[in-house]
Design a protein around this ligand. Structure first.
Ligand code: FAD
Length: 384
C-alpha cells in the first residue's frame, strides 16, 4: 500500500494530526498499537487543561462541538501560592481580556471525539490494533512493515507514539532525559464547596499540588510529588487520601470525596536532539516531554500538529522534502525550548529546600503580582 503520510500513534496528538492532514487532502494511514478506547460515563482521572488557542484548533477540526459540554469546565481564574506567602499570585480571564483562560476536559472524552471524526474521514485508513515490526527510511520513501506482514510505504512518517517512541529509536534520533524523581499523582474528587471555576496551585518545597475545576463541585488533582511521598499517597485509603489532599490545599474547598482511583505517572524532562530526520517528523511526547506543572505537554503537542499541518498542506513539493521538514522544526524550536526551560526552572526553584531560593521564589511571586507587563507575558504563553 502507498500513501502520502503514515502517522504512528493514535493518542490525542496522533489522531488530531491524521484528521487534520486527511481533511487537508493528503492520503493518510494511521497506525495505533492499542485497542480503541471505550468512552463510558465514569470520570477519567486523566484530565487536561487545554489552552484557548488549541480549543480553536479543535473547533476548526469540527471536534470541539461534538464533545459533551456538560463534561467540560472553563477556567476563569488561577491562583498560585508559594510556600511562604499567604497571598496568591492571581490571574483572571477578565484582566487578560478573554472569556476563559482555558478548559478542563477528560482524556477519554477528547479521544472518543477525535476517533469518531476519524472514522468518518475519507482518504484515511486506520490500522488498529496494529504492531510495527520494521521501519526503513529510503531516499524518496519510508517503508513500514507490521507484525502481521502488511507493508505500507509513504513519503513521510509522523511519529506520535509518545515519550518512549519506537519510531524515534528506529530513526536513531537521540534524546536527553532528566528524570525529576517525582510522580504525577492524579485523582478526581467531589469537593464540599464550589470551586468558582478557579484553578488552584500550591508550589511547595516537597512538590507541586494543582486542583483543576471539573463540572459541578468536582476537581481534578495533579500532585507532582517526590517518589517516596508519591508512593505514600498511592498507598493511602480513599478516606486518608481525601483528608491529606484537603489539608494540603488548606481546606479551601472543604471536605473531599474521592470519585476516581489515584494513578501515578513518572515525570521526566526529555529533550530530543532533533524533531525531524530524513522522511520523519516527530510530534507530541515523541518530540518532547515537559513537567506537567504548567499543564502544557498536550498543548505543546497540539501546537506541533498545527504547525506541521500548516507547512505540509501549504507545500507544492513532496511532503517528505527535507526543506519542508526543516521549516517545521525551525518554527517549533523556540516554543518547545521555552516550555521545557520554564517548567524545569520553576520545578527546581520551588522543589528545593535552599533558604536563599525560598526567599527568591516568594519575593518573585509577590513581584509578578504587582508587575502587569510580566503577568501579561506569562498569560500570553498560557493562552496560546
Ligand atoms: C500527571 C500528568 C498531567 C498532565 N496534565 C496535562 C495538562 O493538564 N495539559 C497538557 O497539555 N498536558 C498535560 N500532560 C502531558 C500530556 O499527558 C502529554 O503531553 C500527552 O498525553 C502526550 O500525548 P501524545 O499523543 O503525544 O502521546 P501519548 O498520549 O503517549 O500517545 C501515544 C499513542 O501512541 C500509541 N503507540 C505507542 N507506541 C506505538 C507503536 N509502536 N505503534 C503504534 N502505536 C503506538 C499508544 O498506544 C498511544 O495511543 C500531563 C502529563 C502528566 C504525566
Amino acid at each position: 500500500m502507498n500513501t502520502d503520510v503514515i502517522v504512528i500513534g493514535g493518542g490525542l496528538v496522533g489522531a488530531s494530526t491524521a484528521l487534520a492532514l486527511s481533511r487537508g487532502g493528503l492520503s493518510v494511514v494511521l497506525v495505533e498499537a492499542g485497542l480503541p478506547q471505550e468512552n463510558n460515563t465514569e470520570w477519567d482521572s486523566r484530565i487536561y487543561a487545554i489552552t484557548p488557542g488549541n480549543v480553536e484548533f479543535l473547533r476548526d477540526l469540527g471536534v470541539w462541538n461534538t464533545m459533551d459540554a456538560s463534561r467540560i469546565n472553563p477556567i476563569h481564574a488561577m491562583q498560585v501560592w508559594g510556600d511562604v506567602s499567604n497571598s496568591p499570585l492571581n490571574f483572571d480571564a477578565y484582566s487578560a481580556g478573554v472569556a476563559e483562560l482555558g478548559f478542563i476536559l477528560e482524556n477519554r472524552l477528547m479521544h472518543a471525539a477525535l476517533w469518531k471524526a476519524l472514522e468518518h474521514t475519507q482518504d484515511l485508513q486506520i490500522l488498529c490494533p496494529a504492531r510495527c515490526s520494521a521501519l526503513e527510511f529510503g531516499k524518496d520513501t519510508a517503508h513500514l512493515t507490521l507484525e502481521d506482514g502488511r507493508n505500507v510505504s509513504a513519503k513521510l512518517i509522523i511519529a506520535a507514539d509518545g515519550a518512549n517512541s519506537w519510531v524515534r529509536k528506529q530513526a536513531g534520533v537521540e534524546v536527553v532525559a532528566e528524570p525529576y524523581h517525582q510522580l504525577g499523582v492524579v485523582a478526581n474528587f467531589d469537593a464540599e464547596k464550589p470551586h468558582g471555576n478557579i484553578a488552584r496551585q500550591w508550589f511547595k518545597d516537597d512538590g507541586i499540588l494543582a486542583w483543576l475545576p471539573l463540572p459541578g463541585n468536582r476537581i481534578s488533582m495533579v500532585w507532582s510529588a517526590f517518589e517516596a511521598q508519591a508512593k505514600t499517597l498511592m498507598e493511602l485509603t480513599p478516606e486518608q487520601l481525601c483528608h491529606t489532599v484537603a489539608e494540603a490545599g488548606h481546606h479551601s474547598l472543604g471536605a473531599m470525596h474521592l470519585i476516581t482511583p489515584a494513578a501515578a505517572f513518572p515525570l521526566v524532562l526529555q529533550r530530543n536532539q532533533s524533531m525531524i530526520a530524513p522522511r520523519l517528523a516527530m510530534v507530541g511526547d515523541a518530540a518532547h516531554q515537559v513537567h506537567p506543572l504548567a499543564g502544557q505537554g498536550m498543548n505543546l503537542g497540539l501546537r506541533d500538529v498545527q504547525m506541521l499541518v500548516e507547512v505540509l498542506l501549504k507545500t507544492q513539493r513532496d511532503v517528505g522534502d527535507w526543506a519542508i521538514l526543516r521549516r517545521y522544526e525551525r518554527s517549533r524550536k523556540a516554543d518547545v525550548f521555552a516550555m521545557g526551560s520554564v517548567t524545569d526552572g520553576l520545578q527546581k526553584l520551588f522543589n528545593n529546600d535552599d533558604p536563599m531560593l525560598g526567599f527568591l521564589r516568594n519575593t518573585g511571586l509577590r513581584m509578578v503580582n504587582h508587575l502587569p507587563p510580566v503577568k501579561r507575558a506569562l498569560m500570553a504563553r498560557a493562552l496560546a
